[in-house]
Design a protein around this ligand. Sequence first.
Ligand code: NDP
Length: 475
Amino acid sequence: MERHAEPTEYQELEGGPLLKERRPEPCVLTIFGISGDLSREKLLPSLARLTRGGALPKGLVVAGVSRSATSFEADTPFPVHPIDVDLREARSFDRLATELRGLEASGETQGNRLIYLALPPDVVPATLAELGRAGVIQKGARRPWHRVIIEKPVGHDLDSARDLNRLALDVLDEEQIYRIDHYLGKETVQNLLVFRFGNAIFEPVWNHRYIDHVQITVAEEHDIGTRGGFYDQTGVVRDMMQNHLLQILSHVAMESPVSFAADDIRDKKHELLRSLRPHDGRAVFGQYAGYRETKGVTPGSKTPTYVATKVFIDNWRWKGVPFYLRTGKGLSEKVSEVSVHFDPIPHCLFGTEEVCQRVEPNVLTIGIQPEQKITVQFIAKVPGDDLSVGRVAMSFDYADGDLSARIPEAYERLLLDSLRGDATLFMRRDAVETSWKYVEPLLAPSMPDTYEIGSSGPVAAQELMRKDGRQWRSL
Ligand code: NDP
């Protein structure tokens, strides 16, 4: 394969012994919102690490846009060209177009442009339209290429997501749009597909015949901090479920793609989202105690900070298998994981009832964070001269063993992929809209149950499982 032929320094950084990717082409990367949290905490540090690892193209030029760009001091191993503009003013965009042409004239970027919109969501629609009008981006531009990265949230509900997508497609083709869900940049989320489709032993049992249920947990320890105004308008379903949880679910449950090409994978993920049984709106909603005292939160707010619900996939593979999803803030632990709970053995052979009770069904756990780890629990004989059994675990941890190369930050991977033009890990329009459609019944919840900060969530969430004769993995 030609595109994997050229060995480069940065392949070591990615640590991938099998898949080698090509070096990106030079371009002007313009970060809109250069002085914001996302740029400071994630984008610039990721670019710095990529630079040190030699992963970026030699001619890359980085520009930063915001109202205060020139007074923002970036601590980076590369220059950031600041452009001070107010994006609410249409004439700013003509100036931007001129500035970018100036940067291009002095560099070797071959006219390629990557725009990163790290902006407040309400500034994004007009910015996209004006970028198109001023010719900063051109629909269909392939050589040189123009691409735009759009941060989550893509819309606030189905209608607004459709509006934003329509607007983006007025000024760009779908292949030029990179919608980020940074969870997809996480190594373990990507490994879900390699694990499932690179090993022959799991696929035959990955279905309703052998699996009792699946749990997906994204628990956060921290509360909403100073983001009261934003969070109160958003809530947990928009913030976490519509995107991260449904994306993880689609990786766990999708059918095998024809190839690992971007659209083959995205076709199958979308097919899975379309197979979800329409949600009836029943879920456990929680709000941590003290949430309403946060600055920016409306008094008596009903915005949930926790949700737990049961989801079904109506297709041959998953008929009747419940997928339990839960996510929340202010919980006892920060953990994201998928656990696949297999059926119990059909008949216990081990003598006494006491021994049989210890024969727990197998559980396969895929840790996404903080531990990036896969564990299989099974039953083994306890050594001795009688028949006693105990639970043991077999595990693979990214932190040790043969694959212990430095794990890249999600944003490093996503920045590199967008520079390379690989859209596999970005959300396609159809998947975004289908996810919004799916969560719509959960967007206007009733009064949430209160739970204590540092707990495992509302009591009713435990009840949701208990009613089904199951229990959550402990946090
Ligand atoms: P911030 O509010 O911290 O930053 C917003 C940036 O936009 C600032 O640089 C601000 O600069 C600039 N800006 C705002 N209005 C204008 C304007 N009219 N003209 C020019 N520049 C403007 O937001 P975040 O960085 O936290 O988030 C950005 C986006 O990324 C949001 O959509 C968010 O949902 C998403 N996101 C953020 C994450 C994070 O970790 N922070 C994680 C995932 C997604 P100035 O005021 O100087 O103009």
